[in-house]
Design a protein around this ligand. Sequence first.
Ligand code: NI
Length: 174
Amino acid sequence: MAILEIRKFPDEILRRKATAVGAVTAVEKKLIQDMFETMNFARGVGLAAPQVGVSKRIIVCNPTGEKADELAIINPVITCRKGKRVKDCEGCLSIPAMSGEVTRYSLVGVKGKDPEGKEFSLEAADMLARIVDHEMDHLNGVLFIDRMGFLKRKLLIAKYKKKMGITCLGRRYC
Ligand code: NI
């Protein structure tokens, strides 16, 4: 296993739509193991492959940090979003030390393949629903800051630039 480098905003790979995985091979299995290790090392609860520089449709989640709660989904597809609309504080390993309020549904249905290549589906609730939805966004080039209000996003980006010592994040954000 290996701890991978986490790509940070405004890395361009975070804005790309990730490609579907064909057959699940040893390469994907190794990547998933490394993603779990990287996520645990960084004390995250979710990670998407583009965040470690691989533009493939793979996400890993773990709301508790317990081995038994590890969830990896290859080619995830959201089948429904329902329940309550919940506003809660969110962060992202690709936008370190920043957080903001994002509204998401409390129940998210998702289907995809497990690391053995077997199809499965599940209904995620509450924190896991938020994580799955956030990681799915990564596969479509969407970041949590895009789902914040305009002024809060502007403030967060200004703070982030200062913290990271970045003078310009590109035309889209300056
Ligand atoms: Ni994230």
